[in-house]
Design a protein around this ligand. Sequence first.
Ligand code: F0G
Length: 365
Amino acid sequence: DDFEGEGVWRYSDALPLESGVTAQEGATPLYEVPRLEESIDVEALRIKHEGMNPTGSFKDRGMTVGVAVAKELGVGRLACASTGNTSAALAAYGSRGGMETLVLLPAGKVAAGKIAQASLHGARILEVDGNFDACLDIVQELASQGEAYLLNSLNPFRLEGQKTIGFEILEAFRDDYGAFPDRIVLPVGNAGNTSALYKAFRELVQAGELDRDEVPKLTGVQAEGAAPMVEAIENGADEVRRWEDVETRATAIRIGNPVNAPKALPGIRETDGTAISVSDKEITEAQRDLAGEGIGVEPASAASVAGLRKLRAEGIVESDERVACLTTGHLLKDPDAAAAAGNDPEPVPADTDGVLASLASENSS
Ligand code: F0G
């Protein structure tokens, strides 16, 4: 099954291969969210839900290309460092491609759903006594010693696949509104998507399919406890300072050393975008707001909506803007975070009268 001409592979002209190791990734929904649009107060708001990919995150778009390239190269072992989603996607796509996979995870800091995926898809899982950035340092060394083929977003073929997020958003806005979005807001960890979207826009401008003044403003959102990119944007710095100590409930973006920053910083600046940080509380509120529109996302994903709300309240985003927010991973990735943010189940007796009595009383949660 080549999945030729569909999903990510509909854009094969812009990719390094005609077809990949595929699980039918891409072509994700772009949801309308009328209540959120009104409460945030922008002209149009759409949610590009990347949690609807086969393994529940945007990483699949990168892996379908990256794993195919690895297969063509005939490498032995595929490896990544991960806050969870990359490991889930690598394990799944590696096994579709019939290859051995190794994942290095920060011990105790990866959401349950993601470990379950890496585990069942057959990755060898090493739990490192350190954070994600330390894991990535080690995997880079393993790769340079020829021990493994690296499939983190430092791998350019990964980002080629992730460009298709941008192509899909632009096409959908053009079809629905007759114009491209003014702004794309996305969560930032390693800044891979930020770099990939910027590359997609540049290629479209070069091809004459997008005017320079139509390029959406790339707007990155980080958690307050892990915000080195925001620091660099606010200080007008050319380089990002590595944060050694990072913390956030949005474990997917618990990253202190965004390795794609050299490509992402110019992307944010040259599109006239910005970057902002949000608290874990704001992230949880945005997760509930999205859930209230029927869209289930993991905490890191909700950062985009939390950031948009904050930028609009500060007047940096204006009310006449058409905005796409990227939600990067599915609710079920992090069931513990969802349960903590949502309603508590109420124990009731196994009879109708008892259930009616409970319904008549106030929900105490
Ligand atoms: N959102 C989610 C759900 C993620 O899993 C990640 C990255 C990001 C956002 C940040 O994306 O790196 O392109 O800026 N997760 C990686 C992983 C680090 O290992 O799964 P970025």
